[in-house]
Design a protein. Sequence first.
Length: 138
Amino acid sequence: MKTKVKVGDIMNSDFVSIPSHASLKEAVKKMLGEGVASIVLKDGGKLKGFLTEKNVLLVLGRGELEDLDKVRAKDIAREKMAIIEPSSDIYEALKKMSQEKIRWLPVVNKGEIVGLLTLNDIVEIEPSLLEIFHSRYT
């Protein structure tokens, strides 16, 4: 199923990021300050990881962190993740999100992160696709 809507047309190119060497404390402060639940770790234009509030809560809940100033964001961030190109159809993005059970996808062009696509971005454009996501996600 093709929608003829490209990822690059609806992605958010104004995503929140921080260098991968930043401390976890710095990353959490930036997430809180920007009012976001996730943050891209990048060095230069290269995607190095993706940190979500869920990553932080899981590690804190397990009692694995003693000093947030000493832990680097990259130490608990997801490093291997699905990505998508801006020229891809949003249906392809939705399929990846569903398969990976995620609600976001970094958008990468020629090795550099250029945007972030969320499930909400897709649903705003094509609300009918939400049913497909939920049928595969649950």
